[in-house]
Design a protein around this ligand. Structure first.
Ligand SMILES: [Zn+2]
Length: 313
């Protein structure tokens, strides 16, 4: 099982500690509305923080900004080379607000978008002139499957079917994630190719259990966000899923899209929160070492490996 990183293929089993939903570079194109501009493109600051994460045991960062919305796979590769971290890039699409008004994807046909996604996964990303492939397909899902979002979801399904790549979803606090499994199953994409992010903002343990049993990967990222009450949300969800034997279906993430979350930008909690706070708490709560490794890297690594054909989970 290999993962397509920006510096080449990596064996999934070699991943020890990962940020399962990360942002290592966002440089929005001109024309994006100022209220939706995420500015994360100070190379030296980002490299310093990623290097510290690497030194603390970090091995992989799953970058979640798709092409046209601020991704630069060349920069991701330079950051990987400078720090020794593995980084994966994503194709696909985010919410429309992250694009300029004339962003071509927002009027593209499903066929054209599918060709673009599949090309970025198998040949390479556009800004790298085909030199650096993406590993995943992002879907910016606001809870409603209609309009151009539906067309682009059809394209994501087609590209996933062709390549076996993992689809990673931005969800709006888990809103209407129930609709995703049947939509993609109808298009020959099994639940084991779906990675639902930000779902711990909807801490319904019964729902999470059902999604995990169906085969999806669940991304939790509220650990350092007190307003979401992680003690009663993410941490209890982990306890519930591990107790039910579903530890293979959760990925722990930081999702530091805002510069103010980076220590190197003068903010916090920083990437160190994963090795310095989350890992010790998992140990203190008594989870076995193999479960901790699954939650903090093993699971996302396994899902990132391409799976053409049938579900294996
Ligand atoms: Zn994100």
């Amino acid at each position: 099982m290999t993962i397509q990183t920006v510096t080449g293929p990596v064996a999934a089993e070699d991943v020890a500690l990962a940020d399962g939903h990360a942002h290592a570079w966002i440089d929005p194109p001109p024309g994006v509305d100022p209220s939706a501009r995420l500015e994360l493109h100070d190379f030296d600051r980002i490299a310093a923080e990623l290097a510290a994460f690497r030194a603390a045991g970090g091995s992989l960062v799953v970058d979640c900004q798709p092409g046209g919305a601020g991704r630069d796979a060349r920069r991701l590769r330079q950051l990987a080379e400078a720090t020794g971290l593995w980084i994966t890039a994503t194709t696909g699409f985010h919410q429309q607000k992250y694009y300029p008004p004339d962003g071509w994807l927002w009027t593209a046909s499903a066929e054209d978008a599918a060709i673009y996604f599949a090309e970025e996964l198998t040949v390479g990303t556009r800004e790298s002139a085909g030199a650096i492939p993406a590993a995943t397909i992002k879907v910016g899902y606001e809870g409603i499957i209609d309009g151009q979002t539906r067309i682009l979801m059809e394209a994501a399904a087609e590209a996933a079917h062709q390549t076996g790549a993992l689809i990673l979803f931005h969800t709006e606090r888990g809103q209407n994630v129930e609709a995703l499994i049947p939509f993609f199953a109808d298009r020959r994409v099994p639940a084991s190719r779906l990675y639902l992010c930000h779902v711990d903002k909807r801490p319904d343990a019964g729902l999470h259990r059902a999604l995990a049993q169906a085969g999806v990967l669940l991304g939790y990222d509220t650990f350092a966000r007190p307003k979401y009450d992680p003690d009663n949300g993410a941490w209890k969800l982990i306890a519930a899923l591990v107790a039910d034997g579903l530890a293979a279906h959760v990925a722990i993430c930081l999702d530091m899209a805002l510069a103010e979350m980076w220590t190197a930008y003068g903010g916090g909690p920083g990437m160190a929160f994963l090795p310095d706070v989350i890992l010790p708490r998992l140990r203190a709560e008594g989870y076995p070492a193999d479960v901790i490794r699954q939650l903090t890297g093993g699971n996302v690594a396994r899902y990132l490996a391409r799976q053409p054909g049938q579900p294996t989970f």
